[in-house]
Write a protein that binds this ligand. Structure first.
Ligand SMILES: [Zn+2]
Length: 491
């Protein structure tokens, strides 16, 4: 069986002013043909999982195009068109196919399309006709009716941090195999809830999501159910379909799929008030660190998470750390190629005058003028060792560790979400020796840091990925929607 596999991926933060260009894809992750196999074999990713199941079941992967740009603002429509046409040409020339696996994200927005993935899946469907299409999506997918209509099955990640990508890719391959054997005839029901949730409440390592996940897995063991997905949505894309949705796929029983989808959607709706949370001030986090000898205390600077479109050069926490003269503290990372170049020119062991961060926009703190000590320099390359994407190569670009007082700043050329502790270890910083660690990550870091952190605090900083949903001026999302509106009912 020949199964086409590919991806055009982006998580679009429509509140970010930074447009996403074709260059961001081509210089981000961009593979064609067999280089996809080289890049993903042996990794804990969707495509890695798919390649393994393909080897087991004698499926022949037909790699098309796999490209992903680091989350940022609206994708230029022309860029999407170029990638889409490249993808479709490769698909058209792929020969006879028995299935298509689309490894997509589910929250890509162009300046002309609110639902780019829906458009792509439809275009793929128009080419392959009745050939099975299985789409895998991130837990942050804003799933639309169009995506559901043109896919035979959608399988979303169950976890945030996303540690089950491999398993979902594996599952997709098994399902394609089952469909080709004639054992599975999937029927999928889709329900959208009038509900927006933010990252701290979407984390599946703590309630309410731990319980929700249990219920989802029980549902998947029900007779006739093939797979079920709860997508928590990406609230930083201001589009009609942003937010939570539920999918239940049964083996040929549409009524059963509808019943279970309705039941599960109601279950989530009843829990809506539990998807709220408290944020801490940076000051209170510093105070807490002063009161204990335990370490490290990790601050989640979710508002500037590049994994969700933050510029990654915000300085709010850095500024407060310097002002409070904290010791054994790290800020990871600040993407600032200019400062990196200056640190490289100064050299290790020397002092350097820098204007750090705050250069992309005015929403994440002003540049910080400082004279620091160049502690370390690196090429910024390492292999992920944490539970998320283990085995994948990462590249921060040239990287400098600059020390000011008791604060070490990890300055990178590229925007990278520091969810894997190798970000620190690869530049000589042992996280367990630090008192305070500020990470530009909302939730993903919890996978690697929970076992080693004394305490983790979601801090309230301003930005385009702030977990405070009331800090945004929503224009396009369907209304009424909880928690933005007071009177909302589940239809
Ligand atoms: Zn995600």
């Amino acid at each position: 069986m020949r199964i086409a596999v590919g991806c055009i991926g982006h998580e679009t933060n429509t509140f970010s002013p930074v447009a996403t260009t074709i260059d961001n894809f081509k210089k981000g992750s961009y593979h064609r043909g067999d280089t996809i196999i080289t890049a993903f074999r042996g990794t804990r990713t969707i495509t890695g999982g798919f390649l393994d199941v393909a080897a087991q079941l004698n499926l022949q992967p037909v790699p098309l195009l796999w490209t992903f740009a680091t989350p940022s603002g609206m994708v230029e429509h022309a860029a999407y068109q170029v990638l889409k046409s490249e993808f479709l040409t490769l698909l058209q020339n792929a020969g006879e196919l028995d299935g298509v696996l689309l490894d997509l994200h589910g929250a890509m927005v162009t300046d002309e399309l609110e639902d780019a993935e829906g458009d792509l899946i439809q275009a793929v469907r128009e080419i392959v006709g009745e050939t099975p299409i299985i789409t895998t999506l991130d837990l942050h997918a804003n799933i639309t009716a169009q995506m559901a209509h043109y896919s035979d099955v959608i399988i979303g990640f169950d976890t945030y941090p996303h540690v089950d990508c491999y398993e979902r890719g594996f599952e997709a391959g098994q399902l394609l195999f089952g469909m080709n054997e004639g054992k599975i005839q999937p029927t999928m029901a889709y329900r959208q809830l009038p509900l927006l949730t933010a990252p701290p409440a979407q984390c599946t390592m703590k309630p309410p999501m731990t319980d929700v996940l249990k219920a989802l897995h029980v549902l998947e063991t029900e007779r006739g159910v093939v797979t079920a997905t709860l997508s928590m949505g990406f609230p930083f894309a201001d589009i009609t379909d942003a937010g939570v949705s539920v999918l239940v796929t049964t083996n040929g029983d549409a009524a059963l799929a509808d019943t279970y989808a309705d039941q599960f959607a109601s279950h989530i709706w009843e829990l809506r008030e539990e998807f709220t949370f408290n944020l801490h001030t940076v000051e209170s986090a510093i105070e807490l660190a002063n009161q204990t000898d335990s370490r490290p205390i990790v601050l989640a600077d979710g508002a500037d998470n590049p994994g969700g479109g933050g510029p990654c050069d915000g300085t709010t926490i850095l500024q407060k750390f310097i002002e409070a003269d904290v010791q054994d503290a790290v800020v990871a990372v600040i993407a600032d190629p200019e400062s990196v170049t200056q640190a490289v020119e100064a050299g290790v062991g020397n002092r350097v005058q820098l204007n750090v961060g705050g250069k992309t926009d005015t929403q994440h703190g002003a540049p910080v003028a400082l004279t620091g000590y160049v502690k370390a320099l690196s090429d910024g390359r390492f292999i992920l060792k944490g539970p998320m994407g283990r085995g994948t190569a990462a590249n921060m670009g040239r990287t400098a560790v600059v020390q000011i007082g008791g604060v070490e700043i990890v300055l990178t050329e590229r925007r990278i979400q520091p969810y894997d502790a190798e970000v620190l270890r690869s530049v000589g910083i042992e996280p367990q020796s630090c008192k305070l660690i500020a990470l530009k990550s909302a939730v993903h870091f919890r996978a690697d840091y929970t076992p080693i952190a004394h305490q983790i605090l979601d801090v309230d900083t301003p930005g385009v990925h702030s977990p405070n949903l009331f800090s945004y001026d929503y224009q396009k999302v369907r209304r009424p929607i909880y928690p933005l509106d007071s009177t909302v009912t589940l239809k």
